[in-house]
Design a protein around this ligand. Structure first.
Ligand code: NAD
Length: 288
């Protein structure tokens, strides 16, 4: 069975062009541009690449982009003060703090200090809670991006047995909430899951986000399964980026599969822009 590649690059580009059109209309109505402010602490090489991609996408869409880069040893208080200022600033629509953070900075403190209505990464407990009670507002970008990608390819999710491998706050857990919302029966596996292959072989849809190159193999999946590879792993020998899925064996058995690069990654960036536009449009009501 030869599978269909879910081309995140093409779909993300389509979404960015749609956003661009909407922003043009706002500007023609004499409104200001949406604005995204990014805080980046330290000089993590991967973060640098991700931030550059976000910046370029903002430029493509016509979103104003502002970046603050702090030294690795910056005090937490300084970041919290800046976020407070950004929360008050009416010309800033979205605030994003690039992860991971240095060890001296408490990630939960930082995330909860961002006003939920400007939380374009969707990680604030209020936004996660809204997704949990089936009343989503701003939603985490990667998991929302995966749902958008599946919908753009008209893939019906209702009733599918979905397995999420990886249970992080950033990907696995929100992915579980998204797939539940889409009508799947979900299972979340993690490093302590026993007999993982038993779950893999029964699943119609697998989203994997564990950060282990070529972990999921074609021989283990169900024929016709839909495979979403969130993993981004740098292979030192060839200086290549690969996912968590062994693509060559899995592509032969899956009905749909995302490539790495060019699958989920661009969808994450496009969804960040979508969230920024929604924050600018005040699409959701926040009681706090
Ligand atoms: P993380 O380290 O925070 O979480 C990894 C999860 O995988 C944990 O829940 C852990 O229990 C689980 N895990 C580890 N080994 C396992 C195993 N052998 N079997 C089952 N579960 C196992 O990582 P993260 O931040 O969620 O990122 C995961 C991967 O996704 C990384 O490669 C990261 O670079 C990538 N990522 C990609 C995007 C994107 O836009 N494509 C976005 C975020 C993260």
């Amino acid at each position: 069975m030869s599978s269909k590649i879910l081309n995140g690059k093409i779909i993300a580009n389509k979404i960015i062009e749609r956003i661009k059109k909407k922003i043009k209309i706002e500007i023609s109505n004499s409104n200001r541009k949406p604005k995204l402010s990014v805080i980046w602490i330290g000089n993590n090489a991967s973060s640098k690449i991700y931030i550059q991609k976000k910046k370029l996408a903002c430029i493509q869409a016509g979103i104003e982009y502002q970046e603050y880069n702090f030294k690795q040893n910056t005090e937490e208080k300084k970041i919290l003060n800046l976020i407070q200022e950004m929360n008050q600033n009416k010309t800033i629509d979205g605030i994003l703090v690039q992860l991971p953070l240095p060890k001296n900075i408490n990630i939960n403190k930082i995330i909860t200090s961002i006003h939920p209505k400007k939380d374009v990464d969707g990680f604030h407990p209020y936004n996660i809670g809204c997704l949990c009670i089936k009343s989503p507002k701003l939603r985490p970008c990667t998991s929302r991006g995966v749902i958008t990608l599946l919908k753009e390819y008209n893939i019906k999710m209702h009733g599918l047995n979905a397995l999420i491998i990886g249970a992080s706050n950033i990907v696995g857990r929100p992915m579980n909430l998204e797939l539940l919302l889409a009508g799947c029966t979900t299972t979340v596996a993690h490093r302590f899951t026993k007999n993982l292959n038993e779950y893999i072989k029964k699943s119609d849809l697998i989203v994997i986000a564990i950060g282990k190159p070529n972990f999921l193999k074609g021989k283990d999946i169900k024929l016709g399964a839909i495979i979403i590879d969130v993993g981004i792993n740098k292979i030192k020998i060839k200086n290549q980026i690969v996912g968590d899925v062994e693509f060559e064996s899995t592509v032969l058995k899956a009905s749909y599969i995302t490539p790495v690069p060019g699958g989920v990654g661009p969808m994450t960036v496009a969804t960040l822009l979508k969230n920024t536009l929604e924050a600018y449009q005040n699409k959701y009501q926040y009681p706090i």
